[in-house]
Design a protein around this ligand. Structure first.
Ligand code: ADP
Length: 233
């Protein structure tokens, strides 16, 4: 992110909000970055710009040197509210991804194997034919997680994905996320994770590096390396 500013203009009233002012940040392959800050400081705005869902008013967001202009399958997004298709089953949600639609060479057997792998990975085995309304919040979030992972994105973008969950489920999914990130792998083999939270505890527990934002308009106040051994539970 290079010199990013973002101003929202409400169409009818013309009211302007400078949400982000001059944010620059380098995110390195394989790192787990948490972005923390008070509600309304612009965390989602930054994530949406990286996802290609919002455009900066000034500055550039680039990945591997190429400006980001639209969503892409190399970036998987998980939102707080799951964003599952209510009329599709767990299985259908997971295999809906762009990878499954665009890769015509993917045969039925291979496709089944892949979907099965991601269902097992998030422990939804046995629930593949259920609809989202039949699942608990934790199961829905796992499903959203599997759907993002099934596209095998290089970068996982997560916007307070665990905020609505009970403490126990949150803990399980945090541990799963660390495993999927590649906690036990060399850095070169890890995914890149950009994770938004307003809980500094959660950030310190999960991240390699924590960017702290301040409010009005959102700026990055400080970036900390978390190089202590991760606390084990
Ligand atoms: P956070 O994720 O840290 O809670 P957001 O990125 O959602 O912060 O919002 C940052 C600021 O931009 C807030 O003042 C919010 O009200 C404003 N904002 C966010 N989205 C829009 C929008 N679509 N239109 C107008 N203002 C917005």
């Amino acid at each position: 992110l290079d010199g990013i500013s973002k101003e929202y203009i409400v169409p009818r009233t013309g009211q302007r909000t400078l949400a982000i002012a001059d944010v620059s940040l380098d995110i390195v392959q394989g790192e787990f970055l948490c972005i923390v800050g008070p509600s309304g400081c612009g965390k989602s705005t930054i994530l949406n710009m990286i996802a290609g869902l919002a455009e900066p008013s000034a500055g550039t967001v680039a990945m591997d040197g190429a400006p980001i202009r639209a969503p892409g399958s190399e970036r998987g997004v998980v939102f707080q509210d799951y964003a599952l298709f209510p009329w599709k089953t767990v299985r259908e949600n997971i295999e809906f991804g762009p990878r499954f639609r665009s890769d015509a060479r993917l045969g039925a057997a291979e496709r089944d194997k892949l979907v099965r792998h991601y269902i097992d990975l998030v422990s939804l085995t046995g629930a593949e034919h259920k609809y989202p309304h039949e699942l608990s919040g934790g199961m829905r979030q796992r499903c959203a997680f599997a759907r993002a992972l099934a596209n095998e994105p290089e970068v996982l973008l997560m916007d307070e994905p665990f905020a609505a969950l009970d403490a126990q489920t949150r803990l399980i999914l945090q541990e799963e996320l660390l495993r999927i990130w590649g906690e036990d792998l060399p850095r070169a083999e890890r995914k890149t994770v950009i994770f938004i939270t307003h809980g500094i505890d959660e950030a310190v527990f999960l991240a390699d590096r924590v960017a702290v934002m301040s409010n009005h308009p959102g700026r990055i106040k400080t970036v900390m390396d978390i190089d202590l051994p991760r606390p084990r539970r």
